[in-house]
Design a protein around this ligand. Sequence first.
Ligand SMILES: [Zn+2]
Length: 191
Amino acid sequence: MKKVFIYFFAFLFICFILPALLTKSEISASSEMSNEEDNKQESEKVLEPYTYNQYGTIKLLHTDTNEVEEVALDTYLCNVVSAEMPVDFEKEALKAQAIVARTYTIYKINNKKHDNADICDDSTCCQAWISKEDRLARWDGDKEEKWNKIEECVKETQGKIITYNHAPINAFFHSNSGGKTELPVDVWGGR
Ligand SMILES: [Zn+2]
């Protein structure tokens, strides 16, 4: 009878307690590793709290003329949002686009790709941009009303960006994922 109990406890130990112990130590080891990585990344980042007021204007590179224009950030964002998303989309979608575009822009100001500019107008390099004049020319119907809708979306989200540890994230976005998504680390590298 005693033997049966010993076998029973040995069975319990192997089936439940041992796996639980092993799993726990694995989890704590992996979380320690990712904490270490996070801390390492954190120390490389700008950790001052985000203040929108410091980003009044940006230097925009026009790739067709190679000219750099200094423009008000929110004006620039109206041109970006109207280039990136159809104006007849729901206002909340346009507002989300404004926040992502603002985040991406501020990330680019702090992580410059171009020597003499913060960002360029080429969607395959930085972020899509269209002049107000060209935008209005391509719209039908009440063009001014449409432009006002874009301006409202930028204004109503003024100062809002997406941050992680007080730093703006590198806010990638796409218009259509083709039904699947992929981790940035597998496409561009970086976490
Ligand atoms: Zn660029």
